[in-house]
Design a protein around this ligand. Structure first.
Ligand code: IPE
Ligand code: IPE
Ligand code: MG
Length: 246
């Protein structure tokens, strides 16, 4: 039986988040420049987006560029930014065909204006799509997001719009970038690195973590289905006992 057919459609994760890692190493193994790896990573993005839509997964969040990635060599940053623009142009048809809505999280104002404009135009074009939401994390880091939330809450406290006593985790969740998006059920990281790299720190409090050695440009639909199957065999207890949840 095919991997996809082994997946229990009644136990799908609502939200899958992915740290797409290993493009540079993939290219290096082939004797190519890192940017060649990034270009090939776009195919994996398309495959995994389609796979999520095929399964009926409601939210797919992809970590595309972190706040810390601004510290990479200038030419790599430029290549990543232009790849983002060209991929948005070429993949809009994939989004429309699969009824996928594009969203973005991160410090989007820090993006070059052509990237910001392209991103916003794709978000607008796909706004009425209802099947899957594809959330791109761009110029994103969790510490930036949480600090930004703290700043906005402090401002509203000082304006008298909220009381200090009303600050709790439900309120904070309304000030982070993922407002309206449920927490990820599973976080996938490719390339054999066992870390979170400043991604969705607040939101992954109870996410199942899945690590694979596969490098991002090699990651295909079946790798994704494998992760979903692995997720379906876990017991999520949320602090309770096994007897309570089973
Ligand atoms: C992930 O691949 C893509 C981005 C972070 C933009 P890397 O570029 O981090 O590839 P490695 O980890 O160096 O192999
Ligand atoms: C995490 O990958 C960021 C993205 C996938 C966009 P990195 O390659 O930047 O992470 P570190 O530096 O190895 O932790
Ligand atoms: Mg990396």
């Amino acid at each position: 039986m095919e991997l996809k057919d082994q997946i229990n459609k009644k136990k799908l994760p609502t939200h899958v988040a992915v740290i797409m890692d290993g493009n540079g190493r993939w290219a290096k193994k082939k004797g190519k420049h890192r940017i060649f790896g990034h270009k090939n990573g776009v195919t994996s993005v398309r495959e995994i987006t389609e796979a999520a839509a095929e399964l009926g997964i409601k939210y797919l969040t992809l970590y595309a560029f972190s706040t810390e990635n601004w510290n990479r060599p200038r030419e790599e940053i430029d290549a990543l930014m232009s790849l983002l623009v060209s991929s948005l142009s070429s993949e809009i048809k994939t989004l429309m065909k699969n009824n996928i809505r594009l969203l973005a999280i991160g410090d989007l104002k820090s993006l070059p204006s052509n990237v910001y404009k392209k991103l916003n135009s794709c978000i607008k074009k796909t706004a009425a799509n209802t099947a899957t939401s594809l959330v791109l994390a761009i110029s994103y880091s969790s510490r930036w997001e949480i600090a930004d939330a703290a700043k906005r809450i402090a401002l509203e406290v000082s304006n008298g719009e909220i009381n200090v006593e009303d600050i709790n985790s439900d309120l904070l969740a309304k000030y982070i970038n993922t407002l309206g998006i449920p927490d990820p059920d599973i976080l996938i990281r490719t390339s054999g690195e066992y870390r979170v790299s400043n991604f969705l720190l607040w939101q992954i409090a109870y996410s199942e973590l899945y690590f694979t050695n596969t490098l991002w440009p090699d990651f295909r639909k079946n790798n994704f289905f494998e992760a979903i199957l692995n997720f379906q065999n876990r017991e999520r207890r949320f602090g309770k006992t096994s007897e309570q949840v089973s």
